[in-house]
Design a binder for this molecule. Structure first.
Ligand code: NAD
Length: 353
């Protein structure tokens, strides 16, 4: 189990350190885990001049899975676009062909009050959002900012091939088969031809999965329904841009983005695992960050890349126990619970493990 660890920027190093402690503990218990660190994002720009150094990409390619913290920060925001930390992230996703992004939004009963929605609307929430990650308007050509008829215009291209839609749809149907067998595909077919194709292809793939109930929803309605009645959803599948926005929205239903892991998979279940949040520069270096999303990302890694359900479940149970014991980092703190920092939260998870 060769794991490439990329701590990145901001709170990245603090939170990945806690997840690595959990992996170390599993190694002591007999799992053949090897970890090796590399640089990505702003720290790589500073040290190597580029956000994704060749050495990092090679390390990631030679590993079975990647555990990433987060990248970015205000000190790199004014660099030319190609040198920005986020480019490193887009680059590694593209190079490793990580086309399927899995983002669960689960509300732990202990945290029902952390949501801004009424507890009865969100209690027991368990959604999986499957987002296509390597296509769409984020990568489409042509793109740019240029002069046209004496005016500056900016433009991008929304584009999906049938094959790209087919493979992400299959991932989503497969996941739905392991859950409640309901899949909602999100598009904007009333306005965008690209997403008309999306709807047609997803509908066609559905024939391979007769046991899954497929529905379609326009993205504006989906954004509204996620707030109105989120528990109607089991698995949702959508393109890169809509998925970017909807998965952040879904994550906030749960009250803390600091709790939510994510996985990005290639066609062979090699994956990159990272928390859903960013580098949180506002709290970086203060020992305040919630490491649970990163620890839960390590659990997803054991489940999806290494097929070790028992080890994944063991980490998830340890996290549940720590929450049940009343420990909270500042982002999920409420009166009557015990506020702890990043390292103390890691200590507690290790003890529960
Ligand atoms: P963010 O997710 O970093 O932070 C949003 C808010 O949530 C902040 O108040 C932050 O303190 C809080 N937060 C986030 N993670 C937390 C945690 N684990 N524990 C406690 N609180 C937490 O989003 P942002 O502020 O929009 O972006 C900050 C930087 O991160 C930017 O440079 C952005 O480009 C980058 N970013 C990186 C990724 C990534 O690496 N995958 C994703 C999103 C944003």
């Amino acid at each position: 189990m060769k794991i490439c660890v990329l701590p990145g920027d901001g709170i990245g190093p603090e939170i990945t350190a806690q997840a690595v402690r959990v992996l170390d503990a599993l190694r002591s218990d007999g799992l053949p885990i090897e970890t090796e660190e590399g640089r990505i994002g702003g720290c790589a720009v500073d040290a190597d001049g580029v956000p994704l150094p060749e050495a990092t990409l090679t390390l990631a390619q030679q590993s079975d899975a990647v555990l990433l913290g987060a990248v970015g920060g205000p000190q790199w925001d004014n660099l030319p676009r190609e040198q920005r930390p986020e480019r490193g992230l887009l680059g590694i996703r593209k190079s490793l062909q990580l086309f399927a992004n899995l983002r669960p939004a689960i509300l732990y009963p202990e945290l029902a009050n952390a949501s801004t929605l009424k507890p009865e609307v969100v209690a027991g929430l368990d959604i999986m959002i499957v987002r296509e990650l390597t296509g769409d308007i984020y990568f489409g050509q042509p793109r740019g900012i240029e002069e046209r008829d004496g005016e500056t215009v900016g433009y991008n291209t929304m584009i999906y091939s049938e094959a790209e839609i087919r493979r992400i749809a299959r991932v989503a149907f497969d996941i739905a088969m392991k859950r409640d067998r309901r899949l909602c595909s999100v598009d904007k077919m009333n306005v965008l031809e690209c997403t008309q194709l999306w709807r047609d292809v997803v509908t066609d793939v559905a024939k391979e999965f007769p046991e899954v109930e497929l529905s379609h929803m326009l993205v504006d309605n989906a954004a509204m329904q996620l707030v109105r009645n989120p528990k109607q959803f089991d698995v949702m599948v959508t393109g890169n841009m809509f998925g970017d926005i909807l998965s952040d929205e879904a994550s906030m239903l749960t009250g803390s983005i600091g709790m939510l892991p994510s996985a990005s998979l290639d066609a062979n279940n090699k994956g990159m695992y990272e928390p859903s949040h960013g580098s949180a520069p506002d709290i970086a270096g203060k020992g305040l960050a919630n490491p649970l999303a990163t620890i839960l990302s390590a659990a997803m890694m054991l489940r999806y890349t290494f097929g070790n359900e028992a080890a994944a479940a063991r980490i998830e149970s340890a996290v549940k126990k720590v929450l049940a014991d009343g420990l909270r980092t500042a982002d999920i703190y409420e009166a009557g619970t015990r506020k702890v920092g990043t390292a103390a939260m890691g200590d507690a998870v290790l003890a529960a493990l």
